[in-house]
Design a binder for this molecule. Sequence first.
Ligand SMILES: C[S@@+](CC[C@H](N)C(=O)[O-])C[C@H]1O[C@@H](n2cnc3c(N)ncnc32)[C@H](O)[C@@H]1O
Length: 238
Amino acid sequence: MEIYKIRRIRTLIVKIRIFVLVKLGKRLKTMNSENAFDVTVMHNLKGLYHCNDRVKLLIKPLTAIEKVNKNSKVLIIGPRNEHDLYLMASEGIKMSNITGLDLITYSSRIKIGDMHEMEFADDTFDVVVFGWTLSYSSQPEKAIQEIVRVTKSGGLVAVGVEYTNLSKEDSESLLGYSIQEHEKLQDRINSTKQIINLFGSNGGKVYFDHDAPLKRSHTSKEKIQNVSNVAAIVEVIK
Ligand SMILES: C[S@@+](CC[C@H](N)C(=O)[O-])C[C@H]1O[C@@H](n2cnc3c(N)ncnc32)[C@H](O)[C@@H]1O
C-alpha cells in the first residue's frame, strides 16, 4: 500500500489505532516468556506508541530480493505495534499475508506469543523479519532454531540488532536499569558473524551482511541519534 510510504500518515494510523484499541477498546494483552528478561514487557510497553523506521534496514534489501513478492507469507517478530507491518506493506507485500507476533498486542494483526515457542506449523513462512528483538532473548540459539522451524526451506530470515560497545555498567547508567540480565546471557549478539552462526547448519546463502560499518554506539551518558545497527539476511536451508 503506497499510502504507508508517507511517514506522517503511517505513524498517525499506528497511533490512532493504539489509542482506539488500547484506551477505548481495552484490547491490550501481554504475556511473559521464561526466555525473556524481567524488564522486557515493562520496557517495551513504555514505547508502545513509538514508531521507528530502522526496520527499513531489513525490509528494503529483503524486498529487493527476487524471490520475495507480494504473495510471500511474512512473519514479523517483535513489532511492538503495527508500524513494522505497515512498512512491510508499503513495499508491496499484501497486508493479509503479514502476521506479527509479540509478547504485547492490542491488534488482530499481531498474535500474542513467545518467539521461543510459536504456535505456527513447521514451514509456514517465506520470510521472517526479526528486528531489534533478538537482544531480548536469554536463549538466542533457541529463538533462531524456532524461527528456522516455522520458515520454509529456501525462505529468508532478516535479523537486526543495535550495535553497542557499552559495558553492563554503562547500559545501566544510561537507562537506570539493565534490559538484559547478564547472568542469564553472557554474550550479547553484536555482529553479523554471531547472527549467522546462530543458524548453524540451517544457514544458507547470506544475502545481506551489514556489520555496523560505522560502529557508532550510545554512550553511558546519552543516546545518540544515529546509532549503528547490525543486520543480516540469511537463507534457511533444511
Ligand atoms: C525493541 S522492540 C522492537 C520494535 C520494532 N521491531 C523496532 O525495530 O523498532 C522489541 C519487541 O520484541 C518483543 N519481544 C521481546 N521478547 C519477545 C519474545 N520472547 N517473544 C515475542 N516478542 C518478544 C517486545 O515485546 C517488543 O515489542
